[in-house]
Design a protein around this ligand. Structure first.
Ligand code: SF4
Length: 73
């Protein structure tokens, strides 16, 4: 699963340019997830890594965050 943290997104659009079937802009210029099922997980990860603001969050099937790597103290 992929989601966008709206508080971190600044709307630069790397994700939208890279995978326009998955990400789009809402009327505030923030990225939203349109359809994450249309591409493979490695493409979602590539999109997340393209975001300089770590606004794209990847979760595994159990809901655990896999990207960005959670800080484990
Ligand atoms: S790359 Fe990151 S900051 Fe840019 S629009 Fe996508 S989620 Fe927002």
């Amino acid at each position: 699963m992929v989601k966008v943290d709206r508080d971190l997104c600044v709307g630069l659009g790397n994700c939208v340019a890279l995978v326009p079937t998955v990400f789009g802009f809402d009327d505030e210029g923030k990225s939203v997830v349109l359809d994450s099922a249309s591409v493979a997980d490695d493409i979602l990860l590539e999109a997340a890594m393209s975001c300089s603001y770590d606004a794209i969050i990847i979760l595994d099937d159990e809901g655990n965050q896999v990207y960005p790597k959670p800080n484990i103290a």
